[in-house]
Write a protein that binds this ligand. Structure first.
Ligand SMILES: Nc1ncnc2c1ncn2[C@@H]1O[C@H](COP(=O)(O)OP(=O)(O)OP(=O)(O)O)[C@@H](O)[C@H]1O
Length: 252
């Protein structure tokens, strides 16, 4: 589904990614993690074709749906209008959405529990509510590869759980391939088959979650002690940062 080799990507004359290679088979879910500014959005925008790499090869085998990080629109579109835009490539000659387009969008509004957003002005929704509408828009496009830039960043725990559940369901039932960036390692633990830990613009760890996602690798990634915690009786685990907040870094 995704084959990238030796990608080098520049922004504003600066090399952000150097020699990144990545392979993701259909039906896999990749979580992209790394510090602020390391290049996650740059990589994602390259994968969806918004940024052209300076060098390297990139091949994407399927229709791509995209959920951006923060989104505002210039006009007073309703949430329903915004989600219907995801149907653009399915629209007929005159470009007006038909019965099936409304059905598809409403199906995903229902799955996300956001039916009541339909008539509301998109820009008047909260950041998290807009994020849910944008997820519905991408799903309505009926894509094969779904790429999401921090899809849960503005969501409360319940909605994070809902979105994670939906992504897992889509992978299981539609064999969808999913790439998402996150600052929450727990989300990778829950639904990602693979992780890409972006240490810097030219070094990274990529592999199956069970091998590559460890307290040691996360501690190195965030330059902070990260501990693994196992939930008794649930056969689940999580990762938690050991915050220092000792003020030492602010001296002098
Ligand atoms: N349009 C641009 N022009 C110049 N530099 C850019 C541009 N877009 C991004 N950059 C730079 O590229 C680097 C990577 O940015 P990017 O947004 O990909 O990081 P990120 O890992 O997604 O960060 P965050 O976790 O904060 O969202 C940053 O140093 C940023 O300043």
């Amino acid at each position: 589904m995704i084959e990238a080799s030796d990608l080098t990507v520049e922004r504003g004359g600066k090399t952000i990614l150097r020699n990144y290679s990545l392979r993701l088979a259909r039906g896999r879910t990749l979580a992209v993690l790394g510090a602020n500014g390391v290049g996650k959005t740059t990589l994602i925008n390259t994968l969806i074709g918004l940024i052209k790499p300076r060098s390297g090869l990139l091949s994407i085998g399927g229709q791509v749906g995209f959920v951006p990080q923060l989104f505002e629109v210039p006009f007073a579109y309703s949430a329903l209008d915004i989600a219907l835009m995801g149907r653009a490539r399915h629209l007929g000659l005159f470009g007006a959405p038909g019965k099936r387009d409304y059905e598809v969008v409403r199906h995903y509004f229902h799955m996300l529990g956001i039916e009541h957003f339909e008539p509301q002005v998109f820009n008047s929704l909260s950041g998290g509510q807009r994020q849910l509408v944008m997820i519905a828009q991408a799903l309505a496009s009926e894509c094969e590869l779904l790429v999401l830039d921090e899809p849960c960043a503005a969501l409360d725990y319940k909605n994070q759980d809902k979105v994670l559940g939906l992504l897992e369901h889509l992978r299981e039932t539609h064999d969808m391939t999913i790439v998402f960036s996150t600052h929450m390692p727990q989300h990778a633990v829950e639904i990602a088959s693979d992780v890409l830990l972006m240490t810097s613009g030219n070094s990274y760890v990529c592999g199956p979650t069970a091998d590559a996602l460890s307290a040691k690798n996360l501690s190195a990634l965030y330059d902070l002690p990260i501990a693994r915690a196992d939930f008794d009786g649930l056969s689940k685990h999580t990762y938690a940062p050991v915050f220092r907040h000792d003020g030492a870094n602010f001296d002098g």
